[in-house]
Design a protein around this ligand. Structure first.
Ligand SMILES: Nc1ncnc2c1ncn2[C@@H]1O[C@H](COP(=O)(O)OP(=O)(O)OP(=O)(O)O)[C@@H](O)[C@H]1O
Length: 303
């Protein structure tokens, strides 16, 4: 059973379509990255998962339960780090953790959670005096209480220093190894690439692409860029390259052939040049970065 499933999920605020007919499936046990520019609709999808916002159309289910009809049962299986969560200024970190444990009906050892998220020394200070990053760590600690089956993290690294962001990634892996499904949104590409099994790219309310990063690389137009050094690159041999099945484009650049094509077509290009009697002196390949993919999938009109 999927951990999260949406069907034709839409949310409109007046004239603004925040989420537009999104079909998304997140499998149990995966770490899923939800990527998109500011305003792409990520938080709105998350708010519908949490039943903070009501879908205008479509359905959203968590572990097979409708998020509206079974909101309490759904919340019991979730740990949530919402975007921009405000801590209670006058309560200490420890009191926050205890409060979260009580509302989940579980016993906890606050110190061990504080230690895990890196606020051990501050656990008895008022959360109102915490820095932004410390507050973020505290809210993460609250989300981990009760070993949730699904962790929803909305921009979890915002406000964290590099050490905090690294610890966040470690915790995501630890939780996933324990069996939790992790769904987290970010516009920080490196964060997503470092931890996710699959990513979904949101753009202007639409889910533009869902796949592993490797598969997105394969399917993005222009996939791999191949650079081939030959003695004398000629237009005739450019035609030879362009005639290879799967080649997107080819041109002459700095006395080399530059070719964009899916990864599995690279060898065919080299073989075709060889068959045409061209001496290949050297070649190199360049894979698109996650950033290139992101630009590709979120440019005007999308894919
Ligand atoms: N309560 C609301 N009322 C009106 N418009 C809203 C509301 N919530 C979101 N929107 C609009 O819906 C669109 C999607 O916003 P959303 O917060 O889901 O984006 P996001 O991808 O989470 O962005 P960010 O990365 O900035 O958090 C935006 O145009 C936003 O202005």
């Amino acid at each position: 059973m999927p951990a999260i499933q949406t069907h034709e999920l839409s949310k409109r605020y007046g004239d603004v379509t925040a989420v537009d007919r999104v079909d998304l499936t997140v499998d149990e046990g995966e770490i899923f990255g939800f990527l998109g520019h500011n305003g792409a609709g990520k938080s709105t999808v998350i708010n519908m998962l949490l039943d903070f916002a009501r879908p205008t159309e479509g359905q959203v289910e968590v572990f097979g339960m409708d998020c509206r009809e079974h909101s309490v049962a759904v919340r019991e299986r979730m740990g949530v780090l919402p975007e921009g969560y405000d801590v209670y200024d006058r309560l200490t970190g420890r009191q926050h953790l205890q409060f979260a444990a009580e509302s989940k009906g579980v016993e906890i050892e606050p110190m061990s959670i504080a230690e895990r998220v890196g606020i051990r020394d501050a656990v008895d200070r008022r959360a109102g005096d915490y820095s932004k990053g410390m507050a973020q760590r505290l809210v993460l600690g609250m989300a981990l209480i009760g070993d949730p089956d699904l962790l929803i993290l909305d921009e979890p690294t915002s406000g964290l220093d590099p050490g905090g962001a690294r610890r966040m990634r470690e915790i995501i892996h630890e939780e996933n190894e324990r069996g939790a499904t992790v769904f987290f949104s970010s516009h920080i590409l490196e964060q997503i690439e470092a931890v996710c099994d699959r990513v979904g790219i949101m753009h202007e309310g639409r889910l533009q692409a869902v796949d592993t990063i490797d598969a997105l690389r394969e399917s993005a137009a222009g996939g791999t860029k191949l650079q081939i050094s030959v003695d004398d690159p000629s237009e005739t041999h450019l035609d030879t390259i362009e005639a290879v099945d799967g080649v997107d484009s080819a041109w002459i650049e700095d006395e080399t052939f530059a070719v964009t094509c899916p990864s599995d077509v690279k060898m065919d290009v080299l073989v075709a040049l060889d068959a045409a009697g061209v001496d290949v002196l050297d070649f190199s390949t360049e894979e698109p970065s996650l950033e290139d993919l992101f630009v590709e999938y979120t440019r005007e009109g999308g894919q």
